[in-house]
Design a protein around this ligand. Structure first.
Ligand code: FPP
Length: 254
């Protein structure tokens, strides 16, 4: 989309384009995409997994700093066992296939979620990808795997309570910053909160994703099903973001 490219050339700097540093995506619609083609849901998830690479490369090229992708929620364990098994296999296939390309493009893999509760092969594939890309300085490709926003908040609360009980901190020390430091996203430091959350497939809900971190995020809903979501669609979402007026509860200064 031209509007975004304009920022890159000095002569055409008339339009101020504001890029989100942290984009988070709820990748929805794999099942419906497969159904439309009279294929199994698993077929849709495979196409969805392949699209992760396309969108990660696009985000990296556009200058996004963090891309958080909701790959598996704590609620997804309730799906039929063969679908869960397949969803657990996807990260293994993804990292086996794409890590060399991620390295070539300077992309760093990170993750949030209950990683230790994943099947061992899935956990290991993820940890290997983190290790293999740890020195990269481009896009942080942050996978939310076995992630749930409420669990994250409950776990942070337990951790803070323990720190108080052990005398490491006082109750008066608990503030938003300290709470934030106890969330899974603390590794992202000042980029922990997504500027823009995109959900594909026309659904308009948060589904237990980044509940704390989304307090002042902008939302963008695309009707496209995730396997059909393209780099151009992402550019369109970023262009829409650029036109938003973020006030963080304050008023615009004239
Ligand atoms: C929601 O669509 C999608 C998921 C629960 C899984 C998302 C996972 C991927 C896109 C691949 C992840 C890839 C890696 C590398 C970990 P849905 O199944 O709910 O679709 P529906 O609403 O149309 O049924």
């Amino acid at each position: 989309m031209a509007i975004l490219k304009m920022t890159k050339t000095k002569n055409e700097k008339k339009l101020e384009v504001i890029l989100p540093e942290h984009v988070a995506i709820i990748m929805d619609g794999n099942g419906r995409w497969a159904k439309r083609q009279h294929k199994s849901r698993i077929f849709g998830h495979k196409a969805g997994m392949q699209n992760v690479e396309t969108i990660a490369l696009a985000a990296n090229n556009l200058g996004v700093k963090v891309l958080t992708l909701f790959a598996f929620s704590t609620e997804n364990w309730g799906r039929p066992q063969d679908e869960v098994n397949y969803l657990m296999k996807l990260p293994i296939d993804f990292f086996n296939t794409f890590v060399p390309e991620l390295i070539e493009n300077n992309i760093k893999v990170e993750g949030i979620g209950e990683i230790d509760d994943l099947p061992e092969k899935t956990r290991q594939a993820f940890l290997n990808a983190v290790e293999d890309t740890k020195d990269n300085t481009g896009l942080i490709l942050n996978f939310a795997i076995n992630y749930g926003g409420r669990t994250e908040i409950v776990d942070a609360t337990k951790s803070i309570v323990n720190q108080v009980l052990q005398g490491k901190i006082k109750t008066e020390d608990i503030d938003e910053k300290l709470f934030q430091n106890n969330l899974l996203t603390n590794t992202l430091a000042e980029k922990a909160n997504p500027d823009l959350i995109i959900r594909t497939s026309g659904e308009q809900r948060i589904s237990n994703f980044l509940l704390w971190q989304s307090a002042y995020s902008e939302f963008y809903f695309s009707p496209k099903l995730w396997p059909d979501y393209t780099a151009e669609d992402l550019e369109e979402a970023l262009a829409a973001y650029s036109n938003r007026d973020r006030r963080f509860g304050k008023i615009r200064e004239s």
